[in-house]
Design a protein around this ligand. Structure first.
Ligand code: ADP
Ligand code: MG
Length: 696
């Protein structure tokens, strides 16, 4: 029904009707320009008729014939079966084709009456009684009905919005206003790179001519055709322009100048029992320099797990506090936030700096006290979870916001964080998930990046062992022996994404199993559904050595730091993603003792699982693992964009089109310099109101 209404609206009115407009909005289409840029997924060839005799199984083709008879059959299930015949080919004789419908309307049965001439399209297969098409597209024609002149586009669509309707509204938009297909880039930019003209490219992609040679057809399918290259190039230029615009806007803003006086930072450096690594010193200098400038810092601090990002963050915080400002440090989980809180409180004990704690799980009274301390400025340092950025939290003198493990925050959260009046505070983001170069050039192009490329000395790399779950008893023995020698162990529960309840049950069962198997040891339990206090207690018991084995879900994945823990067992390692395995493994190998990580797996292993385990077994290097991860998963999933539901780039592929990205960046620079007005028009064409998402 909805389909028919939409079609009617599209056919009659100039502007799409209400229902149609809603459906188009779901596709991210808000105006005619968006329609012009809504490009086909693939094509169907309705430009020729294949004689029935020439149809072979596996072909997708259009054919025509006369209905011999049409019946409803009931075996093995209710279906409409129609037999077509074309007797036209004298040599080949009479050829037949079966049309089969498992779902059908009486009107379809009626249309397919004997003697009717029908044109059908679909994929041919070999049925019991010869060739057939299941659920073909079909229509009744009169002899000589003209064929399509161009390939027929098949567009991405949404429930209730038919291809015919989409084709109609897109064709109308294409014909409506020449400005929609006009060049938005200067001629020489286009010519120098041997790019197709924009108008030619869109018109070609919406309606490619028939009978392309094999190479061209292949290029069209693979989106390497020059028409596709042009569209991808334009999309990437728009993205680069929008990122640059954002950066310039930032440069024009004024953040507090946080010069510091070195008192607090100096005291901290004197207090910690280690020397900063060279990498830490360099990164600390970079950040310290940024904080002294009026342009708000937006720096991403990347460093593999265990590279020592926390101390760098603490130093940055103290420089801000020395300058009379407040600092907020936000972590994605309560366990990690709490750990930071403890560490900072310890580091700052006696310094006069008050650290306030704020998280979702705390009682109303404690929360009010924290908020009051933060609002009055009495607490210069606020540490917590995203609760820190809720509406009613006031940070009147905020000078620096630090986000730990920033990749763990969803796109929506990051947008909210940016929307929240951070004032003109400096921002430091930290992440152990290294961002490959192509991604850094796009999604993070408005950030400055510091890299900790050196681990603190005295670490022995973690040895990784892949162990079939059949040999589980041996692993239990190793843990027993290790703990007898004074070591500690994490035992990570299997990942059960579908059900939190099941995950909880599994964790409890595993805790029971190990408590029984290791009666001489004290076994702790930590999972996401525990109350905040209980979590903190379990964590503290393990950190203090009170429990030797900690059965834990992935809540320990990020940031948790217990240097004496040198054994880790991960159950069903085949279910985890690469980044997750690397993060988990990073919980051990933090002290001087040699650490071992046992990855228990259960057969049979799928190809992806095999590939992942091979990578994690073969490398301890976060950058290498991230690269492999990107190859296995593709950038969209890598960045976690799926959860946002909004595609970041519609056409360009960050891996495959890496070379284009570089060209687009040059072109964007060039354009901004010479023709800022054209640059603005280009961004408007591509991003309209969606520019926000490129910076999420
Ligand atoms: P991450 O980068 O994963 O957040 P952390 O900041 O948690 O790493 O640091 C990991 C461990 O290394 C901590 O116990 C920390 O105190 C210690 N550490 C940090 N820097 C150094 C250093 N330069 N020398 C020795 N130990 C260090
Ligand atoms: Mg950390």
């Amino acid at each position: 029904m909805a389909r028919r209404q939409a079609a009617a609206a599209a056919g009659k009115a100039d502007k799409p009707g209400r229902g149609l407009a809603d459906q188009l909005a779901k596709l991210g289409i808000g105006c005619d320009q968006d329609l012009v840029l809504h490009l086909p997924l693939r094509y169907e060839d309705h430009t020729q008729l294949v004689p029935l005799a020439a149809l072979g199984a596996g072909m997708t083709a259009q054919a025509e014939g006369t209905v011999l008879h049409t019946d409803v059959q009931f075996r093995p299930r209710r279906q409409l079966v129609c037999l077509l015949e074309d007797g036209a080919d004298a040599q080949a004789g009479r050829a037949q084709l079966v049309l089969r419908f498992f779902h059908f309307y009486p009107s379809q049965q009626k249309a397919l009456q004997p003697g009717a001439r029908v044109r059908v399209f679909g994929e041919v297969r070999e049925g019991h009684f010869g060739r057939e098409i299941v659920h073909p597209q079909f229509r009744v024609v009169t002899p000589g009905t003209p064929l399509a002149e161009a390939l027929t586009p098949v567009y991405p669509t949404t429930a209730g919005l038919g291809q015919e309707t989409l084709r109609k509204v897109i064709a109308r938009a294409l014909a409506s206003d020449p400005a929609l297909t006009a060049e938005s880039l200067p001629e020489d930019v286009v010519r120098r790179r041997h790019l197709w003209k924009f108008g030619d490219a869109v018109r070609f992609l919406h309606a490619p001519p028939p009978r392309l040679n094999r190479l061209t057809q292949h290029a069209l399918d693979q989106r390497t055709h020059p028409a596709w290259q042009r569209l991808k190039f334009d999309e990437l230029v728009a993205q680069q322009l929008s990122l640059k615009a954002h950066r310039r806007a930032r440069a024009a803003r004024h953040a507090p100048v946080l010069t510091g006086n070195g008192e607090l930072t100096g005291a901290l450096l004197a207090r910690i029992p280690f020397q900063l690594t060279r990498a830490q010193q360099r990164v600390w200098r970079e950040i310290s320099h940024d904080l002294k400038r009026a342009m708000p810092m937006q720096r991403l601090l990347q460093g593999d797990v265990g590279s020592g990002k926390t101390i760098v963050a603490a130093l940055a915080a103290l420089q801000a506090i020395e300058s009379g400002r407040q600092v907020a440090l936000m972590a994605p989980t309560e366990i990690l936030a709490e750990q930071h809180y403890r560490k900072l409180a310890q580091w700052l004990d006696g310094s006069g700096v008050r650290v306030a704690w704020l998280a979702g799980g705390m009682g109303a009274k404690a929360r009010r006290a924290s908020m009051a301390a933060i609002a009055s400025g009495e607490a210069a340092f606020a540490v917590g979870t995203h609760a820190l950025f809720e509406e009613d939290v006031e940070l009147p003198r905020l000078g620096l916001a630090i986000v730990d493990e920033q990749h763990r925050f969803g796109v929506a959260q990051r947008l909210r964080l940016r929307g929240k009046a951070l004032g003109e505070a400096h921002q430091l983001m930290m992440s152990a998930t290294p961002i490959p170069r192509t991604l850094a050039m796009t999604f993070y192009a408005d950030l400055d990046v510091s890299v900790l490329d050196e681990l603190p000395p005295g670490r022995t790399p973690v040895a990784t062992r892949l162990v079939n779950n059949k040999r589980r008893p041996e692993i239990v023995e190793r843990v027993r022996r290790g703990c007898a020698e004074g070591r500690q162990a994490y035992w990570v529960c299997p990942l059960i994404e579908e059900s939190e309840k099941l995950e909880l049950q599994t964790a409890v069962a595993l805790h029971q199993e190990l408590t029984q198997a290791l009666p001489e040891l004290s076994v702790g339990l930590l999972h996401g559904r525990m109350k905040a206090d209980d979590k903190a207690a379990a964590m503290a018991a393990f950190a203090g050595g009170g429990t030797q084995v900690l059965v834990a879900t992935t809540v320990i994945e990020v940031g948790v730091d217990v240097p004496n823990a040198s054994l880790m067992v991960i159950e069903h390692a085949e279910r985890f993603g690469l980044a997750q395995l690397h993060q988990l493994r990073g919980r051990v190998g933090r002290g001087a003792a040699e650490s071992v990580c046992y990855l228990l797996f259960e057969e049979p292993l799928g190809d992806t699982a095999k590939a992942r385990l091979k990578v994690i077994f073969g490398s301890n290097d976060g950058f290498e693992i991230a690269r492999a991860d990107l190859q296995i998963r593709g950038p969209g999933e890598f960045l976690g964009a799926r959860q946002s539901g909004v595609p970041m780039l519609r056409f360009a592929d960050l891996e495959r089109d890496a070379a284009l990205i570089e060209q687009a960046r040059d072109a964007a620079d060039d354009l901004l310099l010479r023709e800022p007005a054209a640059a603005a028009a280009h961004v408007a064409r591509w991003l309209g109101g969606k520019a926000e998402f490129f910076r999420a």
